[in-house]
Design a protein around this ligand. Structure first.
Ligand SMILES: C=C(C[SeH])C(=O)N1CCC[C@H]1C(=O)O
Ligand SMILES: [Zn+2]
Length: 559
């Protein structure tokens, strides 16, 4: 608890200082300023955030979030079939079981026990948190915390834009959902996975069913042309977390971005400490002195964590490229930009072509079947993620606005999970549970729509950078398929990306988007064309098998 007392003291000091600055700033009639840059800086400075709370309430807010995160990071459960072994943490133990076990009863045990440890105890704290965050929002002249969070996009019709993107992408998701439900039914039987209902959430390879890549082997279109999971090659070649980080750094420097700093290597935490509980959820940190940037990640030697290393290093690259901007501009053009950078690089890294180029995949079969297998695997992470990336804040926006009353928190959560993801809980839930708290971003008050935005933007960026690298021709897309593009060692692509990263938030995000892609709107087009081959294959396959596309409302007895 010492750490959180120290943390509270430091953040309290910073809050006092920044409130003083804020009170000075808001005295100016900045809305009448003529200089667009000065006006933009004052506009951003006019939003103080939670530090606008009176000191005692600010401390209570900080302590409430710290306590929720502490419960989450310390939660442990007993193993399935071994009530003596009760030291399983979320990372790596529970995550590994959810990813690799195909024992339905074990998956149900882990899924349910994790929510027992993180639900009921956090629920009252969450109540306090919502009230305090809404009070802070109002002190910043927002109607509620939803509007405060949405202000980061500075786009009046942002929610409508996101709703429209989901409308365009939902049909593709339904095809993936229908196909995987059939594959899961073949594996676990119709008594567990019905023909026309939602999919039980514990079978999908991930604690939150947010990506299904870990069960790819159940759904690969051509199993005899199996795409390799590189985990075994990482282990065979004795990769360590450090070597995973160095390999990722080399990709970024190959496209003329910056190497990690001395402080990064000195202060980052890249393996789970043995002597204390920490928040293992991967994160990247900017200490705003132009040199001290860090990643905290409980890295396991696995393909999934190799991708996450690139995701986190993408944050660090952004921090380094805008480090000379005025303080207030040292952030992403919008939060979705910040989440997209590392993922854009990873879209090149995970191609069989690149993995074999760096010796992480022995031989690559070039064939239509291998291509479809690869695209299915990527779709199980990228397309599958979209409804979850959307519903996380659909739920919170309504909670902050009060349209979801406290008494219905869990019921409304599962309604959204059914309506958007087509998943259902494996065990009956009630308002004694609080399942949103099973997800890190809920207990840490981290907005989530940024990841939905990132999953759209990263394909727009990928298409633009691949074109610049000569790895893709939009006028002749079949000659070099976008999903085979690898921008490794392309300084042209890196320099284009660097131009945007250096901007930070100094310009509205459509300006930054225009610099890299030539257009000013989020656009599902590049994502849909990247996945077109597997989208068409799934439509055919579901028609052939007669699988019902979509899901009926869940059976009696659930929430
Ligand atoms: C890797 C991070 C740290 Se910014 C993360 O939280 N992500 C990356 C993808 C979605 C989201 C999640 O894990 O839920
Ligand atoms: Zn991130």
């Amino acid at each position: 608890m010492l750490f959180s007392r120290l943390q509270l003291a430091v953040s309290g000091e910073f809050a006092k200082f920044s409130k003083g600055q804020w009170l000075e700033t808001v005295k100016f009639q900045w809305r009448t300023f003529k200089d667009p840059n000065l006006k933009r800086q004052f506009k951003q400075l006019s939003v103080l955030g939670t530090a606008a709370l009176p000191e005692d309430k600010y401390e209570k807010y900080e302590k409430t979030v710290a306590d929720m995160e502490s419960i989450y990071s310390k939660a442990k459960i007993c193993a399935y079939n071994n009530s003596e072994k009760c030291d399983l943490s979320l990372e790596p133990e529970m995550t590994e079981i959810l990813a690799n076990s195909r024992n339905e009863a074990e998956l149900k045990h882990i899924w349910t026990e994790w929510r027992k440890q993180t639900g009921a105890t956090i629920r009252p704290l969450y109540n306090d948190y919502v009230k305090l965050l809404n009070e802070a929002a109002r002190l910043n002249n927002f109607t509620d915390a939803a509007e405060y969070w949405l202000n980061s996009y500075d786009t009046p019709d942002f929610k409508e834009q996101v709703a429209e993107l989901w409308k365009q992408l939902r049909p593709f998701y339904l095809e993936v959902h229908a196909y995987m439900r059939r594959k899961l039914r073949e594996k676990y039987g119709e008594s567990i996975v019905s023909k026309r209902g939602p999919i039980p959430a514990h079978l999908l390879g991930n604690m939150w069913a947010q990506t299904w890549g870990n069960i790819a082997e159940l759904g690969i279109p051509y199993p005899d042309v199996k795409p390799e999971d590189i985990t075994k090659y990482l282990v065979q070649q004795k990769f360590t977390p450090l070597k995973m980080f160095k390999t990722a750094e080399e990709f970024f420097t190959s496209i003329n971005l910056s190497p990690m700093t001395e402080e990064f290597w000195k202060y980052s935490v890249i393996e789970k400490p043995k002597d204390r509980d920490i928040v293992c959820h991967a994160s990247a940190w900017d200490f705003y002195n132009g040199r001290d940037f860090r990643i905290k990640q409980c890295t396991e030697v696995s393909e999934e964590d190799f991708v996450t290393v690139h995701h986190e290093m993408g944050h660090i690259e952004y921090y380094m490229q805008y480090k000379d901007q005025p303080f207030i501009y040292r952030e992403g053009a919008n939060p979705g930009f910040h989440e997209a950078i590392g993922d854009v690089i990873a879209l090149s890294v995970i191609t069989p072509k690149h993995l074999s180029r760096i010796g992480l995949l022995p031989n690559v079969t070039q064939s239509k079947e291998a291509d479809l297998n690869y695209l299915m695997k990527v779709a199980l992470d990228k397309i599958v993620f979209l409804p979850f990336g959307y519903l996380m804040d659909l739920w919170r926006w309504q909670v902050f606005k009060g349209t979801i009353p406290e008494k219905d928190y869990n019921c409304e959560w599962w309604k959204l999970r059914l309506n958007y993801q087509g998943v259902k809980p494996p065990t009956v839930r009630s308002e004694k549970d609080f399942d949103p708290a099973a997800k890190y971003h809920i207990v840490s008050s981290t907005p989530y729509i940024r990841y939905f935005v990132s999953f759209i933007l990263q394909f727009q960026f990928h298409e633009a950078l691949c074109t610049r690298a000569g790895e893709f021709d939009p006028n002749n897309p079949s000659e070099k398929p976008l999903h085979q593009c690898d921008i490794y060692q392309s300084k042209e692509a890196g320099n284009l990306l660097k131009t945007v990263l250096e901007m930070g938030s100094s310009k509205p995000w459509p300006d930054a988007l225009e610099v890299i892609t030539g257009q000013r709107n989020m656009d599902a087009g590049p994502l849909l064309s990247y996945f077109a081959p597997i989208h068409n294959w799934l439509k055919e396959e579901n028609k052939k098998s007669g699988e019902y596309v979509g899901w009926e409302s869940t059976e009696k007895g659930d929430i």
